[in-house]
Write a protein that binds this ligand. Structure first.
Ligand code: TYD
Ligand code: MG
Length: 463
């Protein structure tokens, strides 16, 4: 009988079986088998895989002192979208693989379509591989976009061999694969989107990209749990992982780098989805502060989006609940941080939300992913519980930042000076911040102290 073309490898212990099994006989773990192409018979080279004894006859190689290693200057290709380039670290690097993750409908195809249009418009070779939509559907979207989006060659195809052969024939400078989960390697029996398939697709695309020097944008859907294409199987394979996020029904989107071999992971860009595609939002702080209310439960958070300060409004609503346990809903922030902040508020600051429903929302659909948001959540909730506006009857909204510790202390966060500068730029004075944050703010060492400053007149109310 002919050898099977694929093997199944346990992703936990590396045990190999010819056929898929539910439980690994090697380590006893369940559901760990991933299909892979069988290694070529002796002599053939195979990428990846573990080490092992040196092959007989393999000659030793000569290590080079780091000082003497040549570092080629990275030529970058601009996507024509400032925020996108900035998050990438200055543009696309030839031969590199960028994974762009995000939930369905967030705007991944729109962003890549616009970038490709700009690249094509600048006279570079492009290719848009769509495994998800027909060429006609891709055209319909491109017709809504500005620039040369309609000049981009499209290939509606799901067969990996055909895609790789087309890239080799066309030799584009930039190529989009939309999406990595829809391509299918014929040698593997797994369904498109399975871990084995996704890994094989990304691996083969990476190889051809390196060979030709094509910069590849791999689009990937994020699962409900927030993982990119299965259990993070692609992250080590690609040079750069970008996450496009926001609330689908809202207009704002943030683009963030989770991994970047050629730049910082601190950058983030803000976009707005309009009828003619995505528009960069350069004055996000001004917009959010302009829309901020002075009502109880509202506060401005002086946040950092990477290295850039961003002012956003955080709102809380606390209302009596019949449910056990009561609802704890949060949009744009980490759920677990809310639980922590509520516990600290109750235990160390005398603000109990006990059996009430608590809703916390970052206005505009932006996602904030930093501990500096804790104080804003705490103040918004306290203000909602007490039914009093923060900062008394000051004419401008109150702004704050700081991490809340488990003993009720306020902890300092990164870049206090830039946060304060941004707040001052929009006329927000008296920002409440952790001790040591610098001049021009009202420092507080604990959550209790911050509450005394923010809600001076509000008499404690029985919750
Ligand atoms: P899309 O890029 O297809 O999302 P993804 O590839 O991440 O699944 O776009 C998602 C939504 O954006 C879609 O519901 C329509 C909307 N949209 C606009 O509002 N304006 C536009 O110009 C375009 C092209 C799309
Ligand atoms: Mg899409």
């Amino acid at each position: 009988m002919a050898r099977s073309a694929t093997i199944h490898v346990c992703s936990s212990c590396g045990h190999v079986e010819p056929r898929w099994q539910g439980r690994c006989p090697g380590c006893g773990e369940w559901n760990t088998f991933v299909e892979e192409r069988a290694p070529a018979p002796a002599g053939g080279r195979r990428g990846g895989g573990g080490g092992g004894a040196a092959r007989a006859g393999a000659g030793a190689a000569r290590p080079v002192r780091l000082r003497d290693v040549q570092t080629p200057k990275l030529a970058r290709l601009s996507t024509g979208i400032g925020e996108f380039d900035r998050v990438l670290g200055g543009g696309l690097v030839p031969g590199s693989l960028v994974l762009l993750g995000g939930s369905p409908g967030i705007g991944k195809s729109t962003l890549t379509g616009m970038a490709m249009g700009n690249v094509a418009g600048a006279g570079h070779g492009t290719l848009y591989v769509s495994g998800e939509e027909s060429a006609a559907q891709v055209r319909l979207r491109a017709a809504r976009l500005p620039g040369a989006a309609l000049d981009v060659p499209v290939l509606a195809e799901t067969d990996l061999d055909t895609v790789v052969a087309t890239i080799e024939a066309e030799r584009p400078e930039v190529c989009v694969i939309d999406s990595v989960q829809t391509l299918h390697a014929a040698e593997l029996t797994g369904a498109p989107g399975s871990v084995g398939q996704v890994r094989e697709v990304a691996g083969r695309i990476a190889r051809v990209a390196k060979e030709i020097g094509t910069a590849v944008l791999l689009v990937g859907h994020v699962t409900k749990e927030g993982a990119l294409a299965g259990p993070r199987v692609l992250e080590h394979l690609v040079d750069c992982v970008l996450q496009f996020e926001g609330e689908r029904e809202r207009t704002y989107r943030t683009l963030r780098a989770l991994k970047n071999r050629f730049g910082s992971t601190n950058e983030a860009g803000v976009f707005e989805m309009r009828s003619g595609g995505l528009v960069e939002v350069l004055d996000a702080s001004g917009r959010f502060v302009g829309e901020a209310t002075r009502a109880p439960g509202s506060v401005v958070l002086a946040s950092m989006e990477g290295t850039r300060p961003l002012l956003v409004e955080v709102q809380a609503l606390v209302s009596p609940s019949e449910l056990v346990p009561p609802r704890r809903l949060v949009t744009g922030l980490d759920r677990n941080r809310l639980a922590l902040v509520l516990a600290v508020l109750a235990r160390h600051a005398g603000v109990a939300t006990g059996s009430a429903d608590v809703f916390v929302n970052v206005v505009g659909g932006v996602r904030i992913d930093e501990p500096g948001a804790d104080l804003a959540v705490a103040l918004a909730v306290a203000s909602a519980v007490r039914g009093a506006s923060l900062g008394g009857d000051a004419p401008v909204p109150l702004a704050c930042f700081g991490e809340v510790g488990l003993t009720g202390e306020l902890r300092s966060v990164a870049h206090p000076e830039r946060r304060l500068e941004e707040a001052a730029k929009f006329g927000l004075k008296g920002v409440i911040a952790p001790t040591g944050s610098g001049d021009g703010c009202r420092e507080a060492s604990s959550l209790r102290a911050a509450l005394r400053v923010a809600l001076p007149a509000a008499a404690p109310r029985a919750a």
